[in-house]
Design a protein around this ligand. Structure first.
Ligand SMILES: [Fe+2]
Length: 321
């Protein structure tokens, strides 16, 4: 496409899953040497986030990337980053993170051994949502994307910071999910379903970017970071039980209906079926006992380990017996 338009380009395949800060810094130097007029990010959320990070670092030559991304004097996510940025075009090949529409770029920090969004809000200039990009994706990647997007809309819907606008956007995403959920479970997805997945992810991204996510996302990070469970599936492990434990069930009821289920138990069964098909991991009893070692770093997550219901669910999924 670019060639047919007479546009010279160079491909860099250095992006890694859960992009480490160091990888982004290395890629930035290669991109800087090529001096492009714009960037195109092709891939899943990690590729898009890598491109966002590179786009930020390009205007900070010679600076420590950790200080650029996580400056102690900057409040996280309070300003939109535009200084010296190149236009960034997103071509997502997964439908889940919503990175094409959010300002987040989540990177893996070697200094704290955690994954954290950079403090800047950094948006893509343009995004192509084309079902052809995701049609050939492996099933597990599709599943984790759909679960991630769904958890974004569900968690932003129940989030105390939610409002009528972001709930409305999440409702669109949940209604979209209802249209393809059965086909996804039965391996019978149509072209229309793939298109709806991308639209759902887009709306869910707008929804959670306004209000944030909740505990299932917080609890998912250790599973991904230490056990390699794909992000959306790691969130899905907790989503059903979180809704069951949620104190205000009048908020939960519309979620269940919007997603196309009659009861919350049906919702939970569906999530379990998707998780059971794709998540295969082992964890020692000692690791769970030291919940703060697995569910580390976050005080919120620490306190959740004291919630017996959720902890029981965690044990059920990650213990061999
Ligand atoms: Fe997510």
């Amino acid at each position: 496409m670019l060639t047919s338009l007479g546009i010279e380009y160079k491909v860099n395949k250095g992006a890694a899953e859960n992009p480490p800060v160091e990888v982004c810094a290395e890629m930035t130097e290669e991109v800087r040497a090529y001096a492009p007029d714009f960037l195109v990010a092709v891939g899943g959320g990690s590729s898009l986030d890598t491109a966002k990070a590179v786009d930020i670092l390009l205007s900070h030559p010679g600076e420590n990337p950790y200080e650029v991304f996580y400056n102690k004097n900057d409040a996280p996510h309070t300003t939109i980053y535009s200084e010296g940025r190149l236009p960034l075009i997103a071509c997502p090949t997964t439908a889940g993170t919503g990175s094409e529409v959010t300002g987040y770029a989540c990177l893996t920090r070697a200094d704290t051994d955690t994954k954290l969004a950079v403090y800047q809000n950094v948006f893509c200039s343009l995004a192509f949502l084309d079902p052809r990009y995701i049609r050939e994706a492996p099933k597990a990647l599709l599943h984790t994307g759909v679960m991630d997007a769904l958890c974004h809309s569900v968690e932003s819907y129940v989030n105390v910071r939610s409002n009528v606008m972001n709930r409305a956007m999440g409702e669109v995403g949940m209604k979209m999910f209802a249209t393809f959920k059965d086909n996804m479970l039965n391996d019978a997805l149509t072209d229309e379903d793939y298109g709806n997945m991308l639209i759902a992810s887009y709306f869910d991204g707008m929804s959670f970017y306004q209000s944030g996510t909740c505990l299932p996302h917080g609890m998912s990070y250790p599973l991904s970071h230490h056990k390699g469970v794909l992000h959306g599936l790691a969130c899905a492990v907790f989503e059903g039980e979180y809704l069951k434990a949620f104190k205000n069930q009048t908020i939960v009821e519309p979620i269940v209906k919007l997603c196309g289920f009659e009861t919350l138990d049906e919702f939970c069964d569906y999530m379990q079926k998707i998780v059971a098909a794709d998540v295969h991991m082992e964890c020692t009893r000692e690791e769970v006992k030291n919940g703060h070692m697995i569910l580390h770093k976050s005080k919120i997550v620490w306190s959740v380990t004291r919630n017996r219901l959720l902890l029981r669910k965690l044990k059920k999924f990650i213990l061999p017996h």
